[in-house]
Structure formats: structure tokens, C-alpha cells
Ligand binder design. Structure first.
Ligand code: GLC
Length: 617
């Protein structure tokens, strides 16, 4: 490092060293290991490329870059979208045509075939899956993205490793040192005690939280699939090694690290083994480590829980943890609203978010690679006579096309009849009715389904935070049933929405009369409207309004110079929304002048109304 770089590193270290050491010692009480961690940080600062250091400096000077309305994300699987990393690189022009400048590449590190959990069972944190390319290819892709103004997000699967990871192999072979990096037990006595209080993640596809290893006659903790062995973060070697893996990956040009399954990383007998205080200590330490070595890097926490449990992962303004978290409750509440045409719960959910402090930045989305879990506010729904188990059943029946009023085609996920807790899979387009209408050749139904699809996207794009599209949604990609023929995937219905990107259909996006042409350009217009108005900035206050119609959600965003009113009709009938406003607003998408008082809405339609507010003298 140059003298100047060294000084900068020391300055950043000095800023955090006391707190980092204090937290580290609280967990591990091990000074030499702390010193080793500091040495490691120095090493990664040393090898960090000059271009990435320049990024660090630029983003330190502009720390709010990810809160702005000009950011649009997309998540995709490398093999589905481009075949290989080089393939993705060659399609970056399409990513740009989509207006996307934040790319979440789904897991791409070495992972055993057939026992990969979609790449979430990592066998080597420093090797790319050979089918996708090499670490050089990944480096080339991140720098090509950076040159085009695209930031790159990558998963860091920190809760567990694959059973094929070198540590797991050595543990299995009987090396105590490596068994201590996991949770190994001689018999099921302690595992049974854990099972008393520890719920299950995959009750049908992978029941229980432990797996018996007949070859070494031990039990190992496996919260997710039996081939995903939980790491023991009470062991400082695990923490240091994993911190090293993280820094190695960010030095390949990763801008945003998705902390996979982060609530699970600390286990303690007699607890649910989720959201324990030590998890926050670890996330806070990771945040500081990144601020010391790679300050441009953001942490995105994957916390699939209700808002009260999610918000603590932001930390506090002076001791921040994650920069961003998934807005999972709004996502599933949106789908609940589709099935019920009743916006009461969605309004309540948005009002809760509106009251959160400014440092809480969410990643908004309609669909991702996982199922939709019905983690709704059932206490609130009970006021309207909706009980948890029957309501989940209603939602699942609706989205699997079993109710009379349904237009959706989806599939259940982890349907455990004892719990009545099934979750749901399917692409946005199929859940919105595009697939069913297409089969039936029903033009009118198709039109409505496309409108619903666009309305949901418009709603998502008007929420506060970073909007992320699920690759394929921009062209209405349908469910893919081919996973059923693959024995390695057949039991995991999440593969229904993980199909290969249909490039041939995507080519229709500029051909009038095609489904893709009805969606793609319309979505682009909505995205451009968002990008051109700072009223969509994450920091701008928002609130909901009573539209005098339970089926219509009204969302208002207001800054010093602009007022925005988003109206979203969740029912398949024409209706009118009342805003309590007067005068003419501009529809940001169509350009029309609209009387904001009484606003007629198409079945499943939306309006984005906007006006300039004159500055106060
Ligand atoms: C996260 C991922 C999910 C995976 C799990 C286990 O929840 O989103 O796909 O199965 O972690 O790693």
C-alpha cells in the first residue's frame, strides 16, 4: 500500500477498533484471535484493487447513493440468463435496456450438483461453479458492470456450508478441530432438546434441524437441508475464516453483500435459535470490518420476518448493522391484497413502515427466487374475522387456482398439513393471470392480467427504497414446469419460478401485439417516471390515504417541491377513488391531466398523479 493508503486504513481502523475489539472480546475473549483478524483486514486492504479503492472513496463521499430514485435492481441466475458469467457480460446491454443499474447475481460459488439448494450450499467460498466460469470471469464481469454504472450484489451464505466443504469433509473424517466448526453431537440427546424450541424451516422437504451421519456416527445440526451444515459462530476460528471469505469476495468487485439467512447464525439451547442478541453483535462486527477494509460495500440482510423483527437489523444510527433489508411483509401483504381485493392490511403495513426512522432502507420486490410465505399480521386480520390457518388456506387456494374467483396459477411449497402452513410459488405473470388467460385464449382476461401485473410493479416502484425486479418479470415470464422432470429438483417447487430466461420471447418486446410488448415498454415508462422525480427518493416521507374504496390503495409521497399520489385498484372492476384533493394533476405515466378529486380507475388499473408544489415564499 502507498503511505497514503496505509494512513487511510489506519484511520478507518482507529475509528472502529475499540468497539470492534470490545464486541469481539465479549463473544470470544480471545486477544490473539482478534489481532489475527486485524492482520487479516490489513492484508485484504493491501490487495484491494485500485479501482475498488477509488469506488470506496467516491461512495464514502456520497453515502446516500443507494437511497436515490435513480437506482433500479434486478436479480437473476447466471445460468438461466446468460449460461455463464461471460454470457451475462455479453448481455449487459439488455440489462441496461431494462434501466437496471443494480444486479443481484444469484449464488455462483462451487456447490455440489443435486445438493446445492440453488447454490445456497457452498462447497468453496473462493471458487466459481465451473459451469459458470472462473474467478477471473467474475472479476471481469464486475468491472464491466462498474464501467456501465451497474453495482453488483452477491450472496454471502454464512449460516452454513455444504457437506462437501473441506471443513465438513475433515469433520466427517473425525478431525475434532473441524467438528468444532459445526454443531456435532454423539447422539440425539441434545439435538432433541434443541428440537423442543427450534422451529423448522423446511418441514416437508427437510424435516428436523439435525442429521445423523452414519459413517462417523455423529449428529450434525442442519437447520436447512441435511447437506447444509450449520456453522458454529461461537468458535472464533469460524468468525475469522468467514470474515476472510467475505473480504476475499468483496475484493472481486462485489458492491452489495446479501447476508443470507442471517437471523439463524447464532444457536443456543432453549431458544428458537433465531434473532439472538449475538447475531446483532456479529452483524455489527461485519459492518465495521467492511467500513475498515471496503467502505463502499453495503450489507443487505435477508431477514424473512415481520417488521418488528426485521427493523433491529438496521442497528441504530450510531451503531448501524445492515444498510438494507428485504421488505418481505409488504411483498406478501401485496399478494394477500390481490387475493382479497381489500387494502386494509396493506395500508396498515405501509403506515408502520412510514413511521420507521430514516436509516431504515428497504429492498422492495414482488417476487424473488424463494416462495411467498404468508407472514401476515394475523392479529390485525382477526379484527375482520380472518383466522390464520383458514386464511392461509384461502390464499393458497386462490393462488393455485382453486377458488371460483381465481385467475392465478401457482404451486404450494412445503405443504405440511399438520401446520396448515404451506407457502406459495409461481412467477408474477402466472400469479397475475397471464398464464391462465393465455391458455384460454381469452383476450379480455389477458388485458386485465397485464394491467394487474403493471399495477403491482407500479406499486412496488412507488414504495420507499430500492426496487428490484425478478429477471423475466419485465417480459411476463411464465411458470416453468420442467423442474418436475429433474429428480434433483422435483421436490422443490421453488424451481417453478426459476426457469431459463426465454430470449426468443424477450425479442418480442419491440413487436406490437405481443404480450412482451404490452409489458416491457409500459414498465419502462413507469420506471423512467420514477427515475425522473426525486419525490421517489427513499428519504421522502409518505403516507396512505382513505380512498373511500377498500379495493383501492392510495399512497402519497411529498417533498418540498412535488406531491405524488399513487392509486392502485386491487379489484377486477372499474371504480372511482376519492383523494380529498382538488385540481389537476399530471399522470406521470400517460402524461394526461387528471382531476385529482374523483379518479376513475380501470379494473386492476393504477394512476400515478403528480404535481409541482410551488415553493413557499
Ligand atoms: C435463504 C435463501 C434460500 C435458501 C436458504 C438457505 O433463505 O433465500 O433460497 O434455501 O437461505 O440457504
Amino acid at each position: 500500500m502507498t503511505q497514503q493508503e496505509e494512513a487511510l486504513f489506519q484511520q478507518r481502523l482507529a475509528r472502529h477498533r475499540d468497539e470492534l475489539r470490545w464486541l469481539y472480546m465479549e463473544l470470544y475473549d480471545n486477544g490473539p484471535m482478534f489481532d489475527a483478524l486485524c492482520g487479516q483486514m490489513h492484508g485484504y486492504a493491501e490487495t484491494r484493487a485500485a479501482a475498488l479503492k477509488a469506488r470506496d472513496a467516491a461512495r464514502e463521499a456520497d453515502p446516500d447513493w443507494y437511497k436515490r430514485n435513480d437506482l433500479l435492481g434486478m436479480m437473476l441466475y447466471v445460468h438461466n440468463f446468460g449460461g455463464t458469467l461471460r454470457g451475462v457480460e455479453s448481455h449487459l446491454d439488455y440489462i441496461q435496456e431494462c434501466g437496471v443499474n443494480y444486479l443481484h447475481l444469484m449464488p455462483l460459488l462451487a456447490s455440489p450438483r443435486g445438493k446445492s439448494d440453488g447454490g445456497y450450499a457452498v462447497a468453496d467460498f473462493r471458487t466459481i461453479q465451473p459451469e459458470l466460469g472462473t474467478m477471473e470471469d467474475f472479476n471481469a464481469l464486475t468491472s464491466a458492470c462498474h464501467q456501465k454504472g451497474i453495482s453488483v450484489c452477491l450472496d454471502f451464505v454464512m449460516n452454513h456450508t455444504s457437506e462437501e466443504h473441506a471443513w465438513a469433509r475433515r469433520a466427517r473424517a473425525g478431525e475434532k478441530e473441524y467438528q468444532d466448526r459445526y454443531f456435532f453431537f454423539d447422539d440425539d440427546t441434545i439435538p432433541n432438546q434443541y428440537e423442543q424450541t427450534c422451529p423448522q424451516v423446511f418441514p416437508t422437504t427437510a424435516p428436523g434441524n439435525f442429521t445423523w451421519l452414519p459413517d462417523c456416527r455423529k449428529m450434525v445440526m442442519t437447520t436447512f437441508y441435511p447437506y447444509q451444515w450449520d456453522l458454529n459462530y461461537a468458535n472464533p476460528v469460524v468468525f475469522n475464516e468467514m470474515a476472510g471469505n467475505l473480504l476475499y469476495l468483496v475484493n472481486q468487485g462485489v458492491d452489495v453483500v446479501r447476508l443470507d439467512a442471517v437471523p439463524y447464525i447464532w444457536k443456543q439451547l432453549g431458544t428458537s435459535c433465531r434473532n439472538l442478541p449475538q447475531v446483532h453483535t456479529i452483524v455489527r462486527m461485519i459492518r465495521m470490518i467492511c467500513e475498515i477494509v471496503c467502505p463502499s460495500v453495503l450489507l443487505l440482510g435477508e431477514v424473512v420476518m415481520e417488521p418488528a423483527r426485521v427493523a433491529p437489523y438496521f442497528g441504530t444510527p450510531d451503531k448501524p448493522e445492515c444498510h438494507m433489508l428485504y421488505n418481505v411483509t409488504t411483498m406478501c401483504t401485496t399478494w394477500h391484497t390481490v387475493a382479497t381485493a381489500d387494502t386494509a392490511l396493506l395500508r396498515r403495513q405501509l403506515d408502520i413502515l412510514a413511521g420507521l426512522p430514516q436509516n431504515c432502507i428497504f429492498q422492495n420486490y414482488l417476487r424473488c427466487h424463494d416462495d411467498i410465505g404468508w407472514g401476515l399480521d394475523y392479529d390485525f386480520l382477526a379484527r375482520f374475522g380472518m383466522q390464520e390457518v383458514p386464511h392461509k388456506k384461502y390464499l393458497n387456494d386462490f393462488f393455485t387456482g382453486k377458488t371460483a374467483n381465481s385467475f392465478a396459477i401457482g404451486e404450494l411449497y412445503n405443504d405440511d398439513p399438520r401446520l396448515g402452513d404451506a407457502r406459495l410459488c409461481g412467477t408474477t405473470a402466472s400469479l397475475c393471470g397471464i398464464e391462465r388467460a393465455g391458455f384460454a385464449g381469452d383476450k379480455a382476461a389477458q388485458e386485465k392480467a397485464v394491467r394487474l401485473d403493471l399495477t403491482l410493479h407500479a406499486f412496488m416502484l412507488s414504495q420507499s427504497g430500492l426496487p428490484v425486479l425478478y429477471s423475466g418479470d419485465e417480459i411476463g415470464q411464465l411458470n416453468d414446469y420442467s423442474y418436475k422432470d429433474d429428480p434433483e429438483k422435483a421436490s422443490d417447487s421453488r424451481y417453478i419460478h426459476r426457469g431459463a430466461f426465454p430470449w426468443a420471447l424477450a425479442a418480442n418486446r419491440s413487436i406490437p401485439g405481443t404480450l412482451q410488448n404490452e409489458l416491457f415498454p409500459a414498465l419502462r415508462r413507469i420506471e423512467e417516471a420514477r427515475r425522473s422525480h426525486s419525490v421517489f427518493d427513499a428519504g421522502v416521507p409518505f403516507h396512505t390515504i382513505d380512498t373511500q374504496n377498500r379495493a383501492v390503495l392510495g399512497l402519497v409521497r411529498e417533498n418540498e417541491s412535488e406531491t405524488f399520489i399513487g392509486l392502485y385498484n386491487f379489484c377486477g372492476e372499474r371504480c372511482t377513488a376519492y383523494t380529498g384533493e382538488t385540481g389537476l394533476y399530471t399522470d406521470l405515466v400517460t402524461g394526461e391531466a387528471v382531476d385529482a378529486g374523483n379518479v376513475p380507475l380501470e379494473p386492476f388499473g393504477f394512476r400515478w398523479l403528480w404535481k409541482e408544489t410551488p415553493a413557499h415564499p
